[in-house]
Design a protein around this ligand. Structure first.
Ligand SMILES: Nc1nc2c(c(=O)[nH]1)N[C@H]1C(S)=C(S)[C@@H](COP(=O)(O)OP(=O)(O)OC[C@H]3O[C@@H](n4cnc5c(=O)[nH]c(N)nc54)[C@H](O)[C@@H]3O)O[C@H]1N2
Ligand SMILES: Nc1nc2c(c(=O)[nH]1)N[C@H]1C(S)=C(S)[C@@H](COP(=O)(O)OP(=O)(O)OC[C@H]3O[C@@H](n4cnc5c(=O)[nH]c(N)nc54)[C@H](O)[C@@H]3O)O[C@H]1N2
Ligand code: SF4
Ligand SMILES: [Mo]
Length: 742
């Protein structure tokens, strides 16, 4: 065999970098950044190269596992299908679909097969117990955007390549490579803002890597960002700096905003946020007077008790300063697979709280319940008690608050099936594990992240290696088939075919983009052995740049993308308002009632005594949430699962560098090595999440050699943002003492 270079989009984070992968047969020789990629232009991070090791990892499951006589064992696919059918069907027929919970983890949205098929699965299962990693992540953004713009997936992204001013609140893109802003080489793009004469300001309780490269670093007390951002809004009002610019004609609610936030001034909030009033006022003026500016808010701003208010406030500032939907501000991407905007704005609007959780009456958002209530829904007897769980690409035992309680709950389930390539802290409770093939054996087109991209890009990747088992869509379609009362062992392709047929019907209707074309003929053209790829092809062809099956000659199709292995650049973002607005008023609704109604709760922060010590998280370049620590390169070197402590706190608590400390919260205690650094603001400590690989019954030989502790043994499942149901993962009150060795 000879060596061949292939090109592929990295699916490991939101940046969608192009990789150049040299293979010899099924063996990976090397992975480098693809200099010809139209978007990433050669950029790559350590996780990208680690794909080789993930592909080769002997612990990665190639065959299913099935619980036999109480023990998870390697099994055949047929055994797994039989166990799936028996276990899942029994729960559905005895107690109903609502007693089956579905949890969709982060890699689900990074996989073409999973992102397409989990939509069909959720629909066919039709359970109220739908959960995902979104409620430990960005749900506040969906809620504020759903209420302001009428659709929860209409999320404006920073136009980083053209902006003159970037206020970064609760994000560390030098390490994370960006989120809700698909921008390979985020660091390089930020440096170019500065080279153009622009300014980058970081607001964070830790002087992060990104902060170290910024023009200005502003420390903030965790969980107080909504106060800080609304004080900026108040400054804009006070100093007559409001000018929504081109969107002025389609914005409503300005006066309601002004009224609702009265008194939350830069002076009033300063003692709570820790940010001097003059700094807040200066930043307000800088944003208002910059040629263009953007407030970029991410997980640190969202994983907090006022996550929705914070997310909303960021976009209110953007709108009031004329930076919504204009170059250099926050704009809406238009992905190749998106539905083109109609000719006029308006729609049905969007709402939260259409139903609530059974045990503690928490409202749904985006059709999902907060992941933090899953444990109580499993533990609490009564009608509707969750008895079965399907997880797809998730590790909630390490990734969600009070993971230890969730682990105990999972153990009590009647049935659990996981679509996951590892036997880890969560999947060890499964009755059946169906592993997806190696990433390199999958088709890829980024359904999730091209809609959040800072340029409009399309890129399609073919599999480079042979799959060791059925594709991920196949396993998910089988689970869906069982939910429909069909056999787990039959041909599952009817599930995606059904979804495709419905899309074709809609598009060929009289008012559809393909009106006049024959649905049967279209179905026939979309051949191929992979129905998920057919769905991607269809959506791209009816999308805003599509060939419309001949109606728009030269337009996009999967075939055209195949001919462009380095991707196709569809250009910089373009204004989409007002037609993209789906609110009832057809306008940007600046003051949605549920948000305005939450402001009195925010005001209570003003009079609350601050906690003595609070915990926040941090991401690391060589981690990917909880699941890449089984790659030796990712955990090499000294212990990274350390607690960062400010020197003043360390002195007060008698903590020396490298000492083991005991950290306790309402829900749990961990022992961890202390690392003293003045990068932390006083009163705040930081522990990374995704560690804690010492649980028994896993198959993670490398990760187990440097287990660390799970920060989610400290985060509290009772603490959440009431509007979005998003967990609070930052600002957790903790007590710390030097651990006394036994
Ligand atoms: N290498 C690597 N890359 C990743 C990941 C990974 O695990 N490793 N995870 C991926 C995922 S799933 C996501 S969602 C993205 C997230 O991408 P980012 O949003 O950039 O996430 P973080 O790097 O955690 O940055 C959050 C920042 O918020 C700060 N913070 C904490 N509490 C507060 C607060 O109350 N207020 C303010 N203003 N700041 C606060 C933290 O100190 C931290 O610096 O990263 C993705 N990329
Ligand atoms: N304390 C604290 N906790 C946090 C965060 C924080 O900042 N602080 N961040 C939160 C955020 S932003 C997120 S997104 C969540 C993530 O939460 P989760 O999605 O629950 O957890 P991950 O660690 O991403 O686990 C991914 C799982 O997917 C599997 N997997 C990998 N590739 C594939 C694939 O191709 N297909 C399938 N089917 N499975 C695959 C892995 O084996 C692993 O089991 O964690 C959250 N938890
Ligand atoms: S930045 Fe993200 S997409 Fe790019 S190589 Fe790293 S993990 Fe992959
Ligand atoms: Mo995330």
């Amino acid at each position: 065999m000879s060596e061949v270079e292939h090109y592929r989009t990295c699916p490991l984070c939101e940046a969608t970098c192009g990789l150049a992968i040299t293979m010899n047969g099924d063996k990976v020789i090397s992975i480098k950044g693809d200099p010809k990629d139209v978007f990433s232009k050669g950029f790559i991070c350590p996780k990208g190269t680690a794909l080789k090791h993930l592909h080769e990892d002997p612990d990665r499951l190639r065959r299913p596992m099935v619980r036999i006589d109480g023990e998870l064992r390697d099994a055949t696919w047929e055994q797994a299908y039989a166990a799936l059918e028996a276990g899942l069907f029994r729960v559905i027929s005895e107690t109903g679909k609502d007693t089956v919970a579905l949890y969709l983890g982060n890699p689900t949205v990074h996989s073409l097969s999973a992102s397409v098929m989990t939509i069909a699965l959720a629909k066919l299962l039709g359970t109220r117990n739908l959960y995902s990693a979104a409620t430990v992540d960005q749900m506040p953004k969906h809620v504020s955007c759903g209420l302001m713009f009428g659709r929860p997936d209409h999320i404006p992204v920073p136009d980083i390549d053209r902006t003159d001013y970037m206020l970064i609140v609760g994000a560390n893109p030098w390490v994370s490579n960006g989120s809700l802003a698909t921008a390979p080489d985020f660091k390089g793009r930020l440096e170019r803002v500065q080279q153009r004469g622009g300014k980058v300001v970081v607001v964070d309780p830790r002087r992060t890597e990104t902060a170290s490269g910024a023009d200005d670093y502003v420390p903030i007390r965790p969980g107080t960002d909504a106060l800080f951002l609304l004080a900026i809004v108040n400054t804009l009002f006070e100093e007559d700096l409001i000018d929504p610019g081109d969107v002025a004609d389609f914005v409503t609610g300005l006066d309601d905003v002004r009224h609702a936030i009265e008194g939350l001034t830069a002076d009033r909030v300063a003692s709570v946020t820790g940010i001097p009033a003059h700094t807040t006022q200066r930043i307000a003026r800088e944003i208002a007077t910059a040629a263009s500016a953007v407030v970029y808010d991410r997980v640190g701003a969202h994983q907090q008790a006022f996550g929705t208010l914070t997310s909303w406030a960021a976009d209110v500032i953007t709108t009031l300063t004329g930076n919504l939907d204009r170059p250099g501000g926050k704009m809406f991407a238009l992905a190749a697979h998106a539905k083109p905007d109609p000719d006029s704005p308006g729609g049905r609007g969007w709402a939260i709280g259409r139903f609530t959780s059974r045990v503690s009456n928490r409202p749904e958002a985006y059709g999902q319940l907060p992941i933090s209530v899953l444990a109580e829904e499993i533990e609490t007897p009564g009608e509707g008690q969750v008895r079965a769980l399907i997880t797809v690409g998730g590790n909630p035992v390490l990734s969600t608050p009070n993971g230890a309680r969730l682990a105990r709950a999972l153990e009590s389930l009647d049935f659990m099936v996981c679509v996951d390539p590892y036997l880890n802290e969560t999947t060890r409770f499964a009755d059946v594990i169906l592993p997806p093939p190696s990433v390199l054996a999958k088709h890829h087109y980024d359904f999730a992240f091209y809609g959040l991209s800072v340029r409009n890009i399309a890129n399609y990747s073919e599999p480079l290696a042979d799959a060791e088992g059925p594709d991920e869509w196949d396993s998910l379609a089988r689970i869906a088939a069982v939910c429909l009362g069909q056999s787990g062992g039959g041909d599952p392709s009817f599930v995606p075919q059904m979804a495709l047929a419905q899309m074709v019907q809609e598009a060929t209707a009289d008012d559809g983009p393909l009106s006049g074309l024959d649905p049967a003929e279209i179905m026939q053209t979309l051949t191929g052995d992979n129905p998920v790829v057919a769905i991607a092809d269809f959506r791209i062809r009816v999308g805003p740049y599509g060939d419309l099956f001949g109606k728009n000659p030269g337009g996009l199709s999967l075939e055209l993308l195949r001919q462009h292995p380095h991707g196709i650049d569809l250009g910089p973002l373009e204004p989409r308002l007002p037609n993209a607005l789906r609110t009832k008023s057809g306008k940007v609704e600046l003051a949605p009632q549920p948000i305005i109604d939450d402001i009195p709760r925010l005001r209570t922060l003003l009079d609350r005594d601050p906690d003595d010590l609070v915990l926040i998280g941090r991401r690391q370049l060589r981690s990917n949430n909880s699941w890449m620590h089984n790659v030796p390169k990712m955990i090499a070197g000294s212990n990274r699962c350390t607690l960062l402590v400010n020197p003043a706190d360390a002195e007060r608590l008698g903590i020396g560098q490298g000492m083991t400390v005991r950290v306790a919260s309402r829900v749990g205690t961990v022992e961890v090595e202390a690392e003293i650094t003045d990068d932390m603001m006083p009163g705040v400590v930081s522990l990374p999440h995704g560690w804690g690989h010492s649980e028994p019954g896993t198959r993670l030989s490398v990760a187990g050699s440097k287990p660390g502790v799970s920060s989610n043994d400290l985060t509290d499942e009772d603490e959440m943002d009431p509007l979005s149901g998003n967990s609070v993962m930052n600002g957790i009150p903790v007590r710390i003492e030097v651990a006394v060795s036994a």
